[in-house]
Write a protein that binds this ligand. Structure first.
Ligand SMILES: Nc1ncnc2c1ncn2[C@@H]1O[C@H](COP(=O)(O)OP(=O)(O)OP(=O)(O)O)[C@@H](O)[C@H]1O
Length: 763
């Protein structure tokens, strides 16, 4: 692997930086001499946490406040009144509430900094007393809302969105240090911070900025006809594009438009049906064409702009689509965010509100843990694959009912097939057992949604469902113009009914605080040129650490990309290849899929053609499989084929056997469907008898508190009385804290690279 040499970064930092010379204005105290050891550092912080007890929210400054349109609970209002807050002033109230929210995490950030923060400060030669002072001063500045680049509202929004708070506070801390500490000054670091500056993403799309766009927001609950109206405009237009979250939805629109007699192209990660001169497009949102001009664009499920992993694709579509009329369909929680973004881009915003077309009723008694209560048209929602099969077995054993299943790991085609079986009166299928994969993209004739549980494993821990998830899933019951126009919803366990009642009573859920971003290839190339020795994972880490964002944006979680990057690190590839490969649909936790990814990456590295047959990675059995484990393997085979197809569009000279791959894909889908039919779960369903989730810090809890509702008491349920929220008066638009940062911190990863080297260097 070709490498460019450079001096050890930290050594250069030591050479350049003199010891602490702290600006007299901001930092009166100097760090104690000769106390640089880690041990002393740790003791200093742990033993002196009381030193930070003076950290109190500063007095409210009305002139710096932002709009606030949410209700608060009576008890909170009373407590603010006692503290002298004029609760009739929405701005004062918002700041008081945000300050209350950030007080403890901010104090903790300064008083007990994590080893990560300590290490970052040490990197820039700030340790011990100086570091302690720095953190304390920074936190005081933040809580007095006087730093233009780190506002109280932004910190509170980050907390509400469960963002890692220290990650959020770090770029601001760097900025604060560089504007106040003279010894931290480094050209290389300034350059790195410049290339990772993500504060004005609207500028990345000059084509769209040249247009006067009208953004039409269609907001409302599920089943309210939002997408129907937007698609009508698309159909009437001369040229237009639909961007949806799922391959299934892109296919549906593609077929609908073609059926109506207008030719339409299809563009998804792994499928392209494109003809010259065709002016209508249906795409998955990541594939949205941003260089073509359209009359009308429709972006579906716009609330996914806040999705931790995929949010960037919606942001890119919103900022970059070149269409005079851009229709966004989704939840009302996006309104303030879209308005703020459009204020920046200069686009006009028109909002259309929708109401549910059908009635949704909460069954007061719930399901009462009785399988004899299952009826045709019911959909039981649970979140583990094993539970799905166990429940199917149990339901089929109790009554004379046949159960279809839908879960995320199934190919979209199989999910659509199962939905069709469930919807059809003649298929013999009566009941559906499904995961939250039913929340989007499927037309389902559901009479009643029954939540088997209200929490879900997120890869690390069990987390309560978010309000948006509960509403999205519950809203699937009762579909317009089907036999079940009135929908019902309940839970398996009585204890969960309280959460369901509360969640569905919320009419003003927490607004989405920010939109996702992802570094562009150009940004990564420039950034990498400064760090030619760095691995791709290291580059992503450092980009994440240094990137500065306006409060309306967040950097998407790059952990999946980093996992793939680490996996293929030893393979000789260009930066651009790596950038492409880390975005591939690849689950690094799945052994078979990651082994395939390695083989594919090696083929790209060598430049040798690789057919799917020759790769010997995929084996599709000729008979249905009989166990859940074997089915899982078959599902993985399908994913490898999809990965191959995905790569075939990006590296067409390497992955050439597209037709054979498509054929294998269809074969595997057929075999998965047949296996599903014959598979008899071998796990017995055991009823989970739990009370409502205990985590009082949960995101749902926060959302409910925000909405002025009482949160889980842990008591057994039944319908509850909902406290009436107190509406507030003002609804100002939020200002932007965009500023031209001029100061950057020194970091230890100093590279000597020029910008042209990134292309030459193999990463
Ligand atoms: N005016 C209408 N005439 C006929 N059918 C309609 C009309 N409006 C909506 N529908 C049908 O009602 C169903 C729900 O509409 P649509 O998919 O647009 O809802 P939505 O608000 O986008 O919610 P979801 O998130 O569930 O997609 C669809 O089957 C749609 O075809």
């Amino acid at each position: 692997m070709q490498r460019l040499s450079r001096a050890p970064a930290f050594a250069s930092a030591q050479a350049v930086c003199p010891r602490a010379i702290i600006s007299a204005k901001h930092f009166q105290r100097h760090r104690s001499a000769k106390s640089g050891s880690k041990r002393i550092w740790k003791e200093d912080f742990s033993n002196n946490s009381n030193n930070f007890s003076h950290l109190k929210p500063a007095p409210i400054r009305i002139d710096s406040l932002e709009g606030f349109d949410a209700p608060v609970s009576h008890s909170m209002l009373k407590s603010f009144e006692r503290d002298g807050v004029n609760v009739k002033d929405s701005k004062q109230l918002k700041l008081a509430r945000d300050l209350l929210m950030i007080k403890v995490p901010l104090s903790a950030f300064a008083a007990s900094p994590s080893p990560y923060i300590i290490a970052r400060l040490k990197d820039i030669r700030i340790v011990d007393e100086e570091a302690r002072t720095m953190l304390s001063d920074y936190v005081n500045k933040v809580s007095s809302d006087s730093l233009p680049y780190m506002r109280v509202s932004a910190v509170a929004d980050a907390l509400r969105a469960s963002k890692p708070i220290e990650r959020f506070l770090l770029p601001g801390l760097y900025e604060f240090i560089l504007s106040n500490v003279k010894h931290v000054d480094d050209q290389n670091l300034r350059t790195l911070m410049k290339f990772s500056d993500l504060r004005i993403p609207a500028e990345w799309y000059p084509g769209a900025r040249l247009l006067k766009r009208n953004i039409i927001l269609h907001v409302g609950p599920t089943n309210s006809g939002k997408t129907y109206s937007a698609l009508k405009r698309l159909q009437e237009s001369k040229s237009g594009v639909y961007s949806g979250p799922l391959r299934l939805l892109a296919h549906e629109v593609y077929e609908r438009i073609n059926k109506a007699g207008t030719p339409c192209n299809l563009l998804t990660g792994e499928e392209r049906r494109i003809s010259d001169g065709v002016e209508k497009w249906a795409c998955t949102v990541e594939m949205t064409p941003l260089t073509k001009e359209f009359e009308v664009a429709v972006v579906d499920e716009i609330q996914m702009i806040g999705d931790e992993q995929r949010g960037w694709a919606w942001t890119q579509a919103l900022l970059g689509l070149q269409a005079k009329e851009v229709h966004l369909c989704g939840e009302a929680t996006v309104i303030p965010l879209v308005e703020r973004i459009c204020e920046m881009t200069g686009d006009t915003v028109t909002i259309h509100h929708y109401k549910r077309l059908t009635e949704l009723v909460i069954e007061p008694k719930g399901f009462q843990n009785n399988f004899n209560n299952i009826r045709p048209g019911d959909c039981v929602v649970t979140f583990s694959r094993k539970n799905i099969f166990a429940l199917r077995k149990r339901i089929e054993s109790v009554g004379n009912l046949k159960v279809a299943v839908i879960y995320g790991n199934l190919p979209p085609e199989t999910r659509a097939e199962q939905a069709k079986l469930f919807n059809s009166i003649d298929s013999g299928y009566d009941v559906l057992v499904a995961s939250d994969a039913i929340g989007m993209g499927l037309n389902l004739n559901i009479r009643r949604i029954i939540f088997e549980r209200m929490d879900k494993f997120n890869g690390k821990e069990m987390r309560p469902l978010t309000l948006s998830q509960i509403k999205q899933i519950a809203g699937r019951a009762g579909r317009f113009k089907t036999q079940y126009e009135r929908g019902y919803v309940c839970t398996f366990n009585n204890a969960d009914m309280r959460i369901l009642n509360q969640a569905l009573a919320v009419t003003n859920p927490l607004p989405l605080p920010s939109a996702g971003l992802y570094p562009t290839l150009e940004q990564m190339e420039k950034f990498a040129a400064e760090l030619p020795e760095e691995t791709f994972t290291g580059l992503l880490d450092k980009f994440e650490e240094l990137s500065r964002l306006d409060g309306d944006y967040f950097l998407c979680n790059l952990s999946q990309q980093k996992e793939t990057a680490s996996m293929i690190q030893e393979i000789d590839l260009t930066l651009s290849d790596r950038y492409t490969l880390v975005a591939a649909p690849c689950n690094a936790d799945n052994g078979i899929i990651s082994a395939s990814m390695m083989k594919f990456a090696r083929a790209i590295s060598s430049g040798d053609e690789l057919s799917l047959e020759d790769s010997k990675l995929v084996f599709v059995p000729q008979e249905p499989v009989k166990s859940s484990e074997k089915l899982r393997e078959l599902e993985s085979m399908h994913k490898i084929i999809v990965l191959y197809l995905w790569l075939s569009f990006r590296f067409p000279s390497i992955f050439t056997s597209v037709e054979a791959a498509q054929h294998l894909k269809t074969e595997s889908e057929i075999m998965i469907a047949r296996s599903l039919e014959e598979l008899n779960g071998n796990r017995k369903y055991s009823r989970v008898n739990r009370h409502a989730p205990k985590e009082m810090e949960s995101s749902l809890n926060q959302e409910l508190t925000y909405s002025g509702l009482d949160v889980f008491s842990g008591k057994d349920a039944g319908p509850i009385e909902v406290e009436k929220p107190v509406p507030l008066i003002d609804n100002d638009s939020r200002g932007h804290d965009v500023e031209d940062g001029r100061v950057r911190p020194r970091t230890p990863w100093h590279g000597a690279g020029g910008s042209d080297r990134a292309r030459e260097t193999k990463y």
